[in-house]
Ligand binder design. Structure first.
Ligand code: FE2
Length: 385
């Protein structure tokens, strides 16, 4: 299966063409609203190798919520729980279960980012707020994207502290080592029936993103189900948000299952990059993280065929990859290795992808069929196919 490039003249030119009224330097943090932040933090430390980083709660003067911040290389996760029944955080968890509330983006000018996006039609979540402590100041402002998900603009050029004003360093005696997770490669959103193009246009008009890859239901389908996906990227290519919508099939697609259980649109998966997927996935498995089952033997037998030229540069042993159920795909520029966890909370909603890029810039289109068949086996087990 081939990925369809919407523009033929190459990514660099696309990125030049993207409107840069909203320069984004990277992902600043991802905030989850969860039922029990203390226990979720322990899970991400123990199983995913995150380190304790910052904390805010009753001890720092907050009355209504608590947040634990975790770090691994460039990735910062914030886990937040309400401390009373009246909080909108609690309402969010009641409706959606544990999930991603805020995808924060690192910007040079949060006020301008907010003004430019609201001017272009974004719905406001939070007007610019200046937060200060002895280390300086941070400006934050937020807009809604799909569902109840928020993009927060974070301007920290005048801040020397670790995370944000209001947080204190979180010291812990329990510090599991990193498992090699480096940065967020992409984050995928699931939106409702017929809404993909609405959100593609929203990212184009409001955020100045470009649509550089598309997959339709003729490309992404199995015997039973189908979906459509378009990949949106910002001007420098650092932020990539694929957007999925369900398509008609014989049975219920994984996107419909997500929408039913999340009760709306939201973040489907977070893809995290590693330089050594064999080590990272081996460690995740040893710590109890469950992954989708391996594609059949025929899939691995066909790898040399599919990789062609790129086989020469491949350092990993196919047998080792197969043992861990890691999938392999290639495009013109190289290959990539990837694997998907099962959902990491009780509802079949958010999951993680671990990805190692060896030159390839795609999203593993050649793996979609095997991947979705594996997800369907899980759905069948849950009675939701
Ligand atoms: Fe992905």
């Amino acid at each position: 299966m081939k990925e369809v490039k919407n523009v033929e003249y190459g990514l660099e030119k696309i990125f030049e063409d993207a409107q840069d009224f909203l320069p984004l330097m990277g992902t600043d943090y991802v905030e989850f609203y969860v039922g029990n932040a203390k226990q979720a933090a322990h899970f991400y430390k123990t199983a995913f190798g995150f380190q304790s980083y910052a904390y805010a709660g009753l001890e720092t003067g907050l009355k209504d919520r608590v947040s634990y911040v975790l770090k691994q290389d460039k990735i910062r996760l914030v886990l937040t729980t309400a401390l009373n029944s009246k909080s909108e955080i609690g309402e969010h968890v009641k409706k959606h279960g544990d999930g991603v509330k805020i995808v924060a983006l690192w910007v040079d000018d949060a006020r301008k980012s907010y003004e430019e996006t609201v001017k272009r039609g974004a719905k406001s979540y939070m007007e610019p707020v200046v937060e200060k402590d002895e280390h300086g100041e941070v400006v934050r402002a937020g807009i809604y994207t799909y569902g109840e998900t928020v993009h927060m603009f974070v301007e920290r050029k005048n801040y020397k502290g670790e995370f944000l004003p209001g947080f204190r360093k979180w010291e812990s005696d329990y510090n599991p080592p990193s498992i090699g997770l480096k940065y967020i490669d992409h984050m995928v959103g699931n939106v409702g029936w017929g809404e993909m193009n609405t959100w593609v246009k929203w990212y184009e008009d409001v955020m100045g993103f470009v649509n550089f890859l598309s997959f339709d239901d003729k490309q992404i389908h199995t015997e039973y189900s189908a979906l459509m996906s378009k990949v949106m990227s910002n001007g420098n290519g650092r932020i990539k948000f694929p957007i999925n919508e369900p398509a008609k099939g014989k049975k219920r697609s994984q996107i419909e299952e997500y929408l039913d259980f999340y009760e709306g649109s939201g973040v489907q998966h977070i893809a995290i990059a590693t330089d050594d997927i064999l080590k990272t996935v081996g460690e995740l498995r040893s710590k109890g993280i469950e992954f989708l089952s391996a594609p059949p033997q025929a899939y691995y037998d066909d790898i040399p065929n599919r990789l062609g030229e790129h086989m020469k540069m491949m350092k990993e042993d196919i047998g080792e990859l197969q043992k861990l159920a890691i999938m392999i795909d290639a495009d013109e520029e190289g290959y990539l290795l990837q694997i998907f966890t099962k959902p990491v909370e009780d509802r079949p909603t958010l999951f993680f992808e671990i990805i190692q890029r060896m030159g390839a810039k795609g999203f593993g289109a050649g793996n979609f069929k095997a991947l979705f068949e594996s997800i369907e086996r899980e759905q069948a087990n849950r009675g939701t196919l």
